[in-house]
Write a new protein. Sequence first.
Length: 444
Amino acid sequence: MSMTFQKECHDHEALGQMRRRLNDLETSEARYRTLFNNVPAAVFQVDASGVESLFLTLKRDGLEDIDRYLVENPHLIELANRSVIVREVNDVAFTLFGAVEVSQLLAPVAYIFAGTPEASARVMSAHFQGRPNHQQRLKIKRFDGRLVDAWLMVSFPQLTSNFDTSVLMITDMTEQVRVETELRKMETEFAHFSKLSVLGEFSSAIVHEIRQPLSVVANDAATASRWLSRSAPNLPKVRELIQRIGESTSHATEVIKRVQDMASKAMPERQICDLNQLVASAIAFTKKEAARRSIGITSKLSAALPKVQADPVQVQQLVVNLMNNAMQAIERSERGPRQIFVSTTVGDCRVCLEVSDTGPGIPEDIADDIFESFFTTRKDGMGMGLSICRTIMQSHAGAISARNVAGGGAAFEVWLPIISAFEEVECPNAIEALSKTCVGIKGG
Ligand code: ADP
């Protein structure tokens, strides 16, 4: 084979290879163009070489905390906004920004960040830290001045790739944001609506709730007036009665305030509470009425009870309700001890309160109904007390249940998650754990 022929063959092969490469490049470019033009998002091809050289200098100088540096040197953000240039855009970008001519878009990136200036710093920070991409929500400012909710995605060139331009993609989020806002509005309305239905229960129950303090007030006022009209008025007794009138009035006022708060969409007043203290004040409130009915109250409160996050007035109301029910039940017992036992204990990620009595207990056939609104077996009952207790517990991620105790009488158990169940990692699945343990327990 002659040398000339060999060379000709070699040239021919090299030419073929070059043609194939060119072909591949053209196909790849065509694919990229199709993607660039047809992707349903605004696409911007951006030349960021201006900031890249700046980044290299800063890195050489040992800069690590870029976020802080940008806060201290805001002019760098402006510089980047001016020196990073959009080189190419697709049709969607035209429509999204409401551009009239392409020169408005093939310009420094400042216009992209005009609606959310802080986004520019975040993009710079991600680029400086060598992240492959960055995404965030932002508002874009169209050329007609209108702000549009959008989602920004930036893909940065990597050192290992030959592609040296950043690509920005922006999608219009107007519809999603509208749906989200609508949903949020519906949620608020729904929350208010469910509060109103609770309020409905409360309004009927307010009669039930304040009837007791009001009758105490009426009785005490009549007794005080009798003591005063005696020839030798018993002033210490009158003072004691007036003090009790004050306490009963405050309790009634608090119940009314709670109903008002609920009506005005106020959030429940959650506080870090000591359940023992709430129980103690409920006992103090009921003690005189219990003594009047010759009923004893025994309490055993755990000394190491973790705190709970609760609305103190609602929880007190719940304990008073259970104690009132216990008193009414004991009244129905003809003989035997007349006692109410109140205890608090610590369980797994929760605290437990139990109110039990020496009454006749809960008849088997009504056990499933006692927590329903308006269910009552009492002549003058309203059937609201236990349904309110259940509503209060549901709003506290807690639970309430009832059972009969050996030897007669009923026991009501109330569980509340302890604070760490929500805030610390030790009990991450407290609510789940609680709902599992509550399966099969009446009351819910
Ligand atoms: P009300 O007290 O107005 O009847 P509740 O919702 O508080 O309404 O109670 C519903 C029913 O549950 C009562 O009528 C009674 O039959 C039963 N109940 C409640 N507490 C006890 C208890 N401690 N012992 C026995 N039965 C009870």
